[in-house]
Design a protein around this ligand. Structure first.
Ligand SMILES: [Zn+2]
Length: 386
C-alpha cells in the first residue's frame, strides 16, 4: 500500500503497480475510481496510535505495511497539519515531466527518432497496458488530483515549478567541494548584493550602462501612434493597381463618408508593402452589423468570427495620415460539423481591412476540396463545452 489518499492495494510484478482492474491471471481487488477507499486525518491518527503503542517486532512491521503507517511524523507537532490534505499531489511531476510526456510521445508516435520504431504497433499496446490496466506507483495519483484541488485549490498554486527553478539556480553556485555550503551562502549573498545595486543608481549605471531603445528604420519596422500593432520586414515600395485602389476606397468609405466623394484618381497609388505583422496581443474583433442590408432596422452588433488569408500588409497614406491595412482574401462561408471542426470550400472576395480588425492567427489545412480551419480559440471553446 503506498497511496496517501486511499487504501488502494498494489500488486507486485517486478515493480509495484496499482491497478484499478487487475490484469488477467492476477488476483486482486477491482476498484471504482469514483469510490476509492479514502482515508482522512482521523483515520491516520488512529492508525498512528495503534502503531506507536507496539514494541518493535515482526508483528509491528506486518501491521505497519497493512495500515500504511510506520510511525508518528514530526510534522504532527504542527497543529494545523492534516493528512493527507497537507501532502498534495504535484502535477509537475505527475503530468509535465517524465512518464506522462513519454507515454504521450509513444501514442503520438514521436518517441523514437526512427520512424520505423515509432510505427511498431506492439509498442503502442505495451504502453497502453501500463497506463490503463496498471498504474505504476507515481501515476495513480492521477486518481486523486481532483481531491487535491478540492483541498488546496488550483494546481498552479502548489506545483513544484518555482521550487525546482530555485534549486536549478542554486545548484551551479557552489564551486568548492571542501566547503560547499559556505561557498553557496557566499555566492547567494553576492548575487543579492547585485540585486540590490539598482537602488544605488549612480553606481548601477556605471556598471550596467542603460541600453538605448533601439530605433528601427521605417522600412524595417513600421508603426505610428494610432496603432499598437507593428509591421515588420521584409518591406518594399508598392504601386497599387486600379482595382486595389478601388478596394481601398471601398474600405475607407465604410467608415468615412468623405472618402466616397473623392475621385478614384485622387487616391494615393503608392504604399509600402510589409511581410509581417506583430499584433498588440489584445482581443479586438470585427463587429458586424448583421442587419446592414435592411436600412430601417436598428443596428444590432453581433460578434462573429470571419476567416481570411492575408495577402500582404500595407502602409498607406490617406488625408495626410498613414494607416495600416491588410489585403485579405476572405474564405467562403464557414461550416461547422457535429464534431466542432470548421471548414470551407473555395475562396471569397479580396478586400482591404484595417489591421486592428485582425484578432489572431489561425491555420488552414487543405484536404481534398475542403480547407479546414485550425483555430486554437474555437478548440478551447469546444473542449470547455465537453
Ligand atoms: Zn489512492
Amino acid at each position: 500500500m503506498a497511496c496517501r489518499y486511499c487504501d488502494l492495494r498494489g500488486i507486485y510484478n517486478n515493480h509495484v503497480y496499482f491497478p484499478i482492474t487487475p490484469p488477467s491471471g492476477k488476483m486482486s481487488e477491482t476498484y471504482n475510481p469514483s469510490e476509492l477507499p479514502k482515508k482522512n486525518h482521523k483515520d491516520y491518527k488512529m492508525r498512528i496510535e495503534q502503531i506507536v503503542a507496539m514494541q518493535p517486532s515482526r508483528t509491528r512491521d506486518a501491521l505497519a505495511s497493512d495500515l500504511g503507517v510506520t510511525g508518528r511524523s514530526v510534522l504532527l507537532e504542527i497543529e494545523s497539519t492534516r493528512f493527507p490534505t497537507c501532502c498534495l499531489v504535484d502535477i509537475m511531476h505527475l503530468f509535465y515531466e517524465n512518464i506522462t510526456p513519454y507515454m504521450l510521445r509513444h501514442w503520438m508516435e514521436s518517441f523514437f527518432k526512427d520512424s520505423i520504431l515509432n510505427n511498431q504497433p506492439f509498442l503502442l499496446l505495451s504502453v497502453f497496458g501500463i497506463s490503463t490496466r496498471l498504474l505504476n506507483s507515481g501515476q495513480y495519483y492521477i486518481l486523486h488530483v481532483a481531491d487535491s484541488i478540492q483541498d488546496t485549490g488550483p494546481c498552479w498554486s502548489t506545483w513544484q515549478f518555482p521550487m525546482e527553478h530555485t534549486c536549478g539556480m542554486l545548484q551551479p553556485l557552489p564551486k568548492s567541494r571542501l566547503h560547499p555550503y559556505k561557498n553557496l551562502t557566499n555566492n547567494v549573498y553576492l548575487l543579492e548584493l547585485f540585486n540590490n545595486l539598482c537602488y544605488y543608481r549612480k553606481i548601477y549605471e556605471q556598471i550596467f550602462p542603460p541600453i538605448s531603445c533601439k530605433d528601427y528604420k521605417e522600412h524595417l519596422v513600421y508603426t505610428n501612434e494610432d496603432y499598437e500593432e507593428e509591421f515588420q520586414l521584409p518591406s518594399k515600395k508598392y504601386t497599387l493597381t486600379l482595382q486595389e485602389v478601388k478596394k481601398i476606397k471601398d474600405h475607407l468609405s465604410a467608415t468615412d463618408n468623405s472618402a466616397s466623394e473623392i475621385q478614384l484618381n485622387d487616391f494615393e497609388i503608392n504604399g509600402i508593402k510589409f511581410g509581417r505583422l506583430l499584433t498588440s496581443g489584445g482581443w479586438t474583433r470585427l463587429e458586424v452589423d448583421k442587419w446592414a442590408h435592411i436600412p430601417s432596422a436598428t443596428p444590432e452588433f453581433i460578434i462573429k468570427t470571419f476567416y481570411a488569408q492575408v495577402n500582404y500588409f500595407l502602409v498607406y497614406k490617406y488625408m495626410d495620415q498613414k494607416i495600416m491595412l491588410a489585403n485579405v482574401k476572405w474564405t467562403n462561408e464557414v461550416n461547422e460539423d457535429a464534431l466542432g471542426t470548421t471548414s470551407f470550400v473555395g475562396d471569397g472576395s479580396t478586400q482591404f481591412i484595417d489591421i486592428t480588425a485582425i484578432n489572431r492567427c489561425v491555420g488552414f489545412m487543405k484536404l481534398g476540396r475542403k480547407t479546414y480551419i485550425i483555430d486554437e480559440e474555437c478548440m478551447e471553446e469546444w473542449t470547455n463545452k465537453n
